[in-house]
Design a protein around this ligand. Structure first.
Ligand code: AMP
Length: 183
């Protein structure tokens, strides 16, 4: 094990496809089972809530970081080991990044992309050297991956960044790519 906590970025929206919910639960359960903590956005809904609940049920440690203005809107989780209420999005991202040894993006929208791309750009700038993985369940992130390859071919993204950022099809593969091996 090389990582003590993984930052998990994902959607907090309701009504998502069952496959994404199951994958979020598997991520939470597996991290907990391996003794790896989770730091996430602190929400109780959507994939955020699923990851957190699955990890908590399995005895994992889950820390949420949420801006005060979003506590109601994102239905802040009330059963976490720690809920850090901050004033700004920037504080949230900084705390999540500093507490995590690795970054994992589950399916999500622009908020998820904002957060994982900050991890990518900071890696590219050598601010950190932590693994970064997209859970590419059912090819969810295939169009994004194709765009990154397109930009790489055009000379906009260095090879090192392309190598560093991994796209993995299953929770087990994603966690293995984060350095959290299978049994
Ligand atoms: P989304 O992927 O757009 O559904 O957003 C997922 C979650 O990311 C949201 O529920 C927010 O908690 C968080 N989020 C959205 N925008 C930002 C941002 N600019 N910086 C940090 N977190 C964000």
């Amino acid at each position: 094990m090389t990582t003590h906590a993984v930052a998990v970025y994902c959607s907090a929206r309701d009504g998502l496809d069952r496959a994404y919910i199951d994958a979020a639960r598997e991520v939470g359960r597996t991290l907990a089972g391996r003794g790896i903590g989770i730091v996430y956005g602190g929400g109780g809904a959507g994939l955020m809530g699923e990851v957190a609940d699955a990890a908590l049920v399995a005895g994992g440690e889950v820390v949420g970081v949420i801006p005060r203005s979003m506590v109601e809107q994102e239905r802040a989780h009330t059963g976490l080991d720690e809920l850090i209420v901050v004033e700004t999005m920037h504080e949230r991202k900084a705390i999540m990044a500093s507490r995590a040894g690795a970054f994992l993006a589950l399916p999500g929208g622009v908020g998820t992309l904002d957060e994982i791309f900050e991890a990518i750009t900071w890696n590219q700038l050598s601010i950190h050297d932590k693994p970064i993985v997209f859970l590419d369940l059912n090819g969810f992130y295939a169009p994004l991956r194709a765009f990154l390859e397109h930009a790489h071919r055009g000379g906009f993204i260095p090879t090192g960044t392309m190598t560093r950022v991994r796209f993995e099809p299953t929770p087990a593969d994603a966690l293995a790519a984060l350095g959290i091996g299978r049994d």
